[in-house]
Design a protein around this ligand. Structure first.
Ligand code: WT7
Length: 648
């Protein structure tokens, strides 16, 4: 066995000290990608070092580090268990304030046992395992156990419904599911096992369900199919040999939303993703030995995968996992947690920060937060006044703020204001991460040079790029590679004279709510399934505090007799049941028609424009709309909100 140990030099280089150093490193990463990424890859432990660094045909066929072999769990756990077994690997923060700490040595043993249990239940290399669990150390161990045996984890956020869960189980053809009896969430208890039962009813592909006894609530167990995880683990040894995966072997699939209703399972690879997670993590947070990293994301989102699990653990840093809502049951929860674990780096989303800010200064003053050194944000725009609040009130004016732009598809941060390297600019997500060539395109797909606004695309490739959409490579190419040599992001952006980027929002109709993406079609299909609904349109609209809410327009069926308030309540419930609490709309309006083109295409941008306080479009602009009178009706219906918006 030719184990290639990580090079100390590569691991120490995690800090950029000055703008000049940033420019030098960026230039090197772009001019000599082979050299740059060979260095970065040497921070990992390989069974075989890669033969090639990157191959890219310019049309969406990409490989990174081919010829190399490695295992993600060995990189995240074993090598640290060998060098510093007693260092905390994971601190699990339960909603009731309880902390559970697992050292690297303990984590290794737990991962090994679970991996053996999975093998015993028939999981083989390449099999997809669906994980439907709260964000606990146990869930992290299940993910790492999958990667240990070369199985592909497919984590579904516990906030998603049985219906969404079933779609994803079917999409990836999973035969085994790991879940928990139930999970606490924002004053409720989510019945995870019951939802799994509903999701797999009649699905013969699912042979086995392993259930983590987490809340000790009664659940029904189907003989022959369901087994308690705890009982399984007692039967297995801690030692489990790691499967040495080829570089391009899939590590996990993470679903995301697009404009159409179909689930998109983005496939991330073992080597490229891991090198990207580790490299970006170290540069983003200016790491030092002994750091404690607190990322508030659920493991069921890509942020949880990259910056709560693989990034920190691969870099050997203690990671704090937050179970449930970071601002519930008490809005002072996050501040108290920062103090309790002495977090040095905090990575969170504007939605969480707004919730903290709304709780008021007195709640914030209950914590000290003096351990914090770097503050990071992701998921949606960190508007300048929230930036200032974060900087002054949360960080006491001491901590650099790293706003990061990326997507499920990119695997890790692509644009960021690296702490120490670049002067901060509130409202901007900064400059490219090493190895990233952002470009702006005009409406015709032509590149815009210098200062300007357009659609954000990435030229070439980077290691963390998702390679395909599970089971539909043609759709992957059509969606992301309409132009040769470019990956198209779906976001609009502005670049200023110094090369700083600001994200202006999605150019398609995909909603970003609370920092997460939802496809309008998923919600509209659910609404139209109701008898009383003829047509539905869903858009994200601005809230006065800088956030966004889901706004729904319903054209009731002519035969509908349900009173409006009852129908509204029923539709909200239907969305929550079919998609999950994240799909709860802020507004449901009833109208007699929707703005459509003459060919029947729904013009969601017109709805957004009107809801966000925009003026009535001119007659010229209305020419596209088959029946312009719907615009006047909509303006009248939403008038109360528009008045309120102007008052703010
Ligand atoms: C979309 C990606 C990446 C993990 C979290 C969400 C929006 C992301 C920012 C930011 C403004 C942002 C974009 C992007 N977004 N970060 N810093 N500023 N907008 O992952 O669910 O794949 O959503 O979130 O619109 O395309 P995702």
């Amino acid at each position: 066995m030719s184990l290639v140990p990580p090079s100390a030099a590569a691991r120490a280089r995690s800090r950029v000290q000055s703008p000049q150093e940033y420019e030098t490193l960026l230039a090197r990463s772009l001019d000599d990608p082979d050299g740059f990424w060979r260095d970065q890859a040497s921070a990992l432990t390989w069974f075989h070092a890669p033969a090639n660094i990157v191959e890219d045909d310019g049309h969406g066929e990409v490989t990174w580090f081919s010829g190399g072999r490695l295992n993600a769990s060995v990189n995240a756990v074993d090598r640290h268990a060998r060098t510093h077994p007693d260092r905390a690997a994971i601190i699990g923060a339960a909603p009731d304030g309880t902390l559970t700490t697992w050292t690297f040595a303990e984590l290794k043993a737990r991962v090994g046992r679970i991996a053996n249990a999975l093998v015993h239940r028939g999981v083989r290399r390449g099999d997809r395992v669906v994980v439907y669990m709260p964000t606990t150390p146990q869930a992290a161990a299940v993910m790492l156990a999958c990667s240990r045996i070369g199985a592909v984890h497919v984590v579904v956020n516990p906030a998603y419904s049985a219906e969404t869960l079933r779609e994803r189980i079917e999409d990836v053809g999973a035969e085994l599911i790991v879940t928990a009896d139930a999970a606490p969430w924002d004053r409720q208890v989510l019945p995870l096992k019951r939802r799994v039962d509903q999701a797999v009813a009649g699905l013969s592909q699912v042979r086995c369900v392993l259930v983590d006894r987490h809340q000790a609530v009664p659940v029904s167990m189907t003989a022959g199919r369901d087994h308690w995880l705890q009982t399984e683990l007692q039967r297995h040894r801690v030692a489990c040999p790691a499967v040495w995966q080829p570089a391009e072997a899939p590590l996990f699939i993470m679903h995301t939303s697009g404009s159409t209703g179909a689930a998109r399972g983005m496939v991330h690879t073992t080597a490229g993703y891991l090198v990207w997670a580790c490299t970006t993590f170290r540069y983003l947070f200016d790491l030092r030995p002994g750091d404690v990293h607190l990322c508030t994301a659920d493991l069921g989102w890509i942020t949880g995968h990259t910056y709560a699990l693989y990034g920190p653990l691969t870099a050997g840093i203690t990671t704090v996992l937050v179970e449930g809502h970071p601002g519930r049951p008490d809005r002072g929860r996050l501040g108290a947690l920062i103090d309790a674990v002495q977090a040095t780096t905090l990575y969170t989303a504007p939605a969480v920060l707004r919730c903290m800010r709304a709780a008021g200064d007195a709640v914030l003053a209950r914590s000290l937060r003096t351990s914090l050194r770097v503050l990071g944000s992701v998921g949606e725009r960190l508007e300048p006044d929230l930036w200032q609040w974060l900087h002054q009130e949360v960080g006491g004016g001491r901590c650099p703020i790293v706003d990061t732009w990326w997507q499920t598809e990119t695997g890790g941060a692509m644009l960021a204001n690296l702490p120490g390297a670049l002067p901060a600019r509130p409202g901007y997500v900064g400059r490219p991460m090493f190895g990233v060539r952002p470009v702006l395109l005009d409406r015709d797909g032509r590149r815009i040079e210098g200062e300007g606004s357009g659609v954000l695309a990435i030229a070439g490739t980077w290691p963390g790029q998702a390679r395909t959409l599970y089971g539909d490579h043609a759709a992957y190419l059509a969606t992301y590679h309409p132009h040769p040599g470019l990956f198209v992001t779906g976001d609009g952006a502005h670049r200023d004279a110094e090369g700083y980027f600001a994200i202006t929002g999605r150019v398609d109709d995909v909603l970003t709510v609370g920092g997460h993406r939802l496809g309008p079609a998923e919600l509209e299909d659910t609404l139209c399934a109701h008898d009383a609904v003829l047509e539905a349109a869903v858009v994200a609209t601005a809230l006065p505090d800088g956030g966004e809410q889901i706004t729904v327009f319903i054209v009731p069926a002519p035969w509908a007799t349900t009173p409006a308030d009852d129908l509204r309540a029923a539709l909200v419930e239907q969305l929550r049941l079919a998609i999950g609490p994240i799909a709860t709309p802020g507004r449901v309006w009833f109208v007699s028609g929707l703005p459509r083109t003459r060919t029947g295409k729904l013009l969601r941008r017109v709805l957004r424009h009107l809801c966000d306080g925009g003026t009535r479009p001119s007659d010229d602009d209305l020419a596209d709309i088959a029946d312009p009178s719907v615009v006047d009706e909509i303006l009248e219906v939403i008038q109360p909100d528009r008045l309120r918006q102007r008052a703010d």
